[in-house]
Structures are given as C-alpha cells and as structure tokens.
Write a protein that binds this ligand. Structure first.
Ligand code: SAM
Length: 271
C-alpha cells in the first residue's frame, strides 16, 4: 500500500513539479523564513570553522533534495569546497546545473539571499560581495547527483564516501507518504553520515500540503516528537532546535505549516 502511494507521489513530482514556477512562487524575495534558515546555517558553519582541525582531509557536505535552489549551501562553501548537491527530479537538477554553468547572469534571483549571507559574513559587504559568495558556492560544488531518500542508499551508488554534514530543507517530509516512511528516510540519509557527523534539517511543522500552480502537493504532518524519535532510531541526537512561527512569513504563501524548524542532529560514534 505504502509502495503504491509512493509511486503516485513520485509521479506527482515528476509530472507536476516545475522548477521555474517553484522559484517564482517561493523565492520571489528574501523573507523571515529564508533569513531564519540562512542565519542558522551561517551560525552552524561559523562554529564548525572555529572547531576545524587544519590538518586532514577536506570536509564533505551533501545537500539532499536541493530542488532548483542553490542558497542553502552558501555558508557551507565558506567551510569547505567539497559539496555535493542532489535531487530526485531531472528537471530540478537541470535547473540547478543551468545556474552552475551560466555564471553571474543567472544570479539575479538569488542575489537578495546571497547579500543577506554576505552581510552575516562581513559588515562591509556590498553588491559585489553577494556575487562573490555565489561564485564561492559554485566553485565548491563537485556534482549534482540523482537522489531518492526512500532508497537505502539515497545516492543510488553514485558516491562512495560518507559526509561530515548533510543538509536537507523541506525535503524528507515531502518525499514520505507516512510517519513510518519518514522514519525510513531519516535512517537512509543518516547512513550517509560519518560517525559524529551532523544532519541539518529545516522544514515546516504540522503542515499537510503546498501548491505547485493549483496542484496540492501532500506532505506529512510533522511534529518535533516524530523528528526526535526518527533521529533517535537512526542513531542521531538533536543538539540544536530552533522554531520560527508561520505568521512571520508572507501570508500569501500557499503553505499550511504552523512553524518552521531548524534542527541539527549529531550522529553517535557507534550506531
Ligand atoms: C518543497 S521542495 C524543496 C526544495 C528545496 N530544498 C527548497 O527548500 O526550496 C521538495 C523537494 O524534494 C524533492 N523530492 C521529492 N521526493 C524525493 C525523494 N524521494 N528523494 C529525494 N528528494 C525528493 C523534490 O524533487 C523537491 O526538490
């Protein structure tokens, strides 16, 4: 039954998810929700940078379910130049690749977000700094891979490495059809983490849908307890939890969650 439901959710994504529409509708300008995510990511990587051991192999970062959106790895690119992005849909990977290969001409949509991050990094940031952080992000991306978080190896055998940090924004609760399947996605993704590595998740609590045009796309109704217990099952422990009330985001966004969350979980040494 779950498998059948998921097949239909996958085909909804394949047929209905349009990256251009998604960007226009959900990334038309910086709002409190984006600031919440970008600020918390900046804080995490600033802390990681201060703990960094200067010797040893480059730190590796993976984003699962990037969609067509390059902004959530900007802060990571200050910490490492070894970043892999990924998504389930070919059309999203294509759009992301377009941004990657086009250069500054493709940056216009993302400049307000990049400017915000550049200001977090330096008080003297200007318009040029926004371009520079996007260029840094571009240079840091090693590849954009297919990904399916429902598979026990979400990167489908395309990466034979474990990651120090995995980022996932509004993805797992969209990919899963049930609470049980949500637990499975977390276990699958956590399998790609190094022991003591960090899984950073952002998303919406208690929401059941979002829209692509007039198509209602289902999501599972997440609570903190569900996230906590799924992480525990996957051998991870929450070390940071922040929330932002939905009311602080633009009222016209076609979403129904009650709050956004930012969660960092650390994988235990022995799982
Ligand atoms: C709401 S979008 C979020 C995109 C982006 N991370 C953001 O925050 O704007 C949900 C994303 O999940 C991806 N997705 C859906 N099913 C998936 C699956 N089984 N495995 C990995 N990603 C999936 C979709 O392709 C889409 O890019």
């Amino acid at each position: 039954m779950v498998e059948k439901e998921n097949k239909s959710l996958s085909s909804v994504y394949q047929e209905k998810f349009q990256p251009d529409y998604y960007i226009r509708r959900y990334y038309s300008g910086l709002d409190a929700g984006n600031e919440f995510c970008l600020h918390n990511l900046h804080q995490f990587f600033k802390q990681a940078e201060s703990n960094k051991n200067t010797e040893g192999a480059a730190k590796k970062v993976l984003e699962v379910g990037s969609g067509p959106v390059p902004i959530y790895i900007i802060s990571a690119s200050q910490w490492t130049d070894w970043i892999v992005c990924s998504d389930f849909l070919e059309q999203n990977r294509h759009k992301f690749n377009e941004w990657l290969s086009t250069g500054r001409k493709a940056d216009e949509t993302w400049l307000p977000y990049a400017r915000y991050v550049a200001h977090l990094e330096s008080e003297n940031a200007d318009q040029e700094s926004a371009f520079l952080v996007l260029e840094r992000a571009r240079r840091s991306i090693r590849s954009i891979l297919p990904c399916d978080v429902l598979q026990s190896d979400p990167l489908l055998g395309k990466a034979d490495t474990l990651f120090d940090v995995i980022i996932s924004v509004f993805c797992l609760e969209c990919a899963a059809c049930s609470a049980e399947e949500y637990r499975i996605t977390i276990t699958n993704v956590a399998r790609l983490l190094q022991p003591s590595g960090h899984l950073i998740m952002m998303g919406g609590l208690e929401g059941e849908y979002y829209f692509i045009y007039d198509r209602k796309i289902p999501r599972i109704k997440l609570t903190r307890e569900m996230i906590d217990s799924a992480l525990e099952d996957a051998g991870c422990r929450i070390v940071t939890w922040e929330e932002l009330p939905r009311s602080l985001r633009p009222p016209d966004l076609p979403i129904d969650y009650t709050a956004m969350f930012f969660c960092v979980a650390k994988k235990k040494l022995l799982v």
